[in-house]
Design a protein around this ligand. Structure first.
Ligand code: NAP
Length: 260
């Protein structure tokens, strides 16, 4: 299937590593122009150099989206690349474990800044351009929004908020022809996930314990499998799909526990 993404300019937050990197690579492979917004300069530059060398187009904006003014600058710089913006992938985030029992209100608010507020800011600054192109937004949430995890109130509130905003913005933007959808990953091997596994005394044992609970294939979802769903939702092939949550999780959230 031709996804018809060629020459489309797509802003990808957190696009230098993990799930975002897979989205960036998949967009580049489709002939789109991913604009990576990431605070990891080294990873972003290495990816851009590699894509350049392969003949693919991409751009990089180094920014920490938690900083004041960063989201506005990211959108302005993205618009400066081709003068248009066809889509936004809101993806950057960190499960920062601000808990109900031990986190302070300030920690909680900071977690919302880390995981939720920049989704709103990026969407708001990108809106005029997205209306012009009748574009799309894909928001990356997390299974934690549906299942909880324990000890991570700020992240859970953010990821739940992202799902609510996905539906809210789908309503807001339907008259303008802008579609808004969410992808909900559960267990995806990325640098962040690897780092988290490393906090356990026996990371391999922890990983084995997690994957045996994934109904489909008893394995992690790959970043490429998430990216494929993101690209479908960005593309005109999903032209009548809006306000939806796609769970690319091997059945982790919805299937009967009895089978695991
Ligand atoms: P990752 O491996 O850490 O990659 C994310 C990239 O985004 C990193 O380069 C990171 O930089 C960057 N980033 C994070 N916060 C940023 C900010 N405020 N400003 C600019 N760049 C920022 O993470 P991932 O596992 O791919 O996760 C991507 C998204 O998927 C997140 O929203 C996460 O909550 C969600 N998710 C992941 C999983 C999973 O199993 N991996 C499951 C459910 C949901 P640094 O390295 O400097 O932080």
């Amino acid at each position: 299937m031709d996804l018809d993404l060629k020459d489309r300019t797509v802003l990808v937050t957190g696009g230098a590593k993990g799930i975002g990197e897979a989205v960036t690579r998949a967009l580049a492979a489709e002939g789109a122009l991913p604009v990576v917004v990431d605070r990891d300069r080294e990873a972003g530059e290495a990816l851009r150099t590699e894509l350049d060398a392969s003949g693919a187009r991409s751009a990089l904006v180094v920014a920490d989206l938690m900083e004041p003014g960063a989201c506005r600058r990211a959108v302005e710089e993205a618009l400066g690349v081709t003068g248009r913006l066809d889509a936004v992938v809101n993806n950057a985030g960190v499960n920062d474990r601000v808990s109900l029992e031990e986190g302070t209100v300030e920690d909680f608010v900071r977690s919302l800044r880390r995981n939720l507020i920049h989704y709103f800011e990026i969407a708001q600054y990108a809106l005029p351009a997205l209306k012009e192109t009748r574009g799309a937004i894909v928001n990356v949430s997390s299974k934690v929004a549906m299942t909880g995890q324990g000890g991570t109130s700020g992240y859970a509130a953010s990821k739940g908020g992202i799902l609510a905003l996905t539906r809210e913005w789908a309503v807001d933007l339907a008259p303008a022809g802008v579609r808004v959808n969410a992808v909900v990953p559960a267990e995806v091997m990325t640098p962040l996930y690897r780092q988290w596994l490393g906090t356990f005394p026996d990371p391999d044992e922890k990983l084995a314990d997690i994957v045996r609970r994934v109904p489909l294939g008893r394995r992690m979802t790959t970043p490429e499998e998430i990216a494929a769903v993101v690209l479908f939702l960005l593309s005109p092939r999903s032209g009548h799909t809006t306000g939806q949550y796609l769970f690319a999780d091997g059945g982790y959230v919805h299937l009967d526990r009895a089978i695991t």
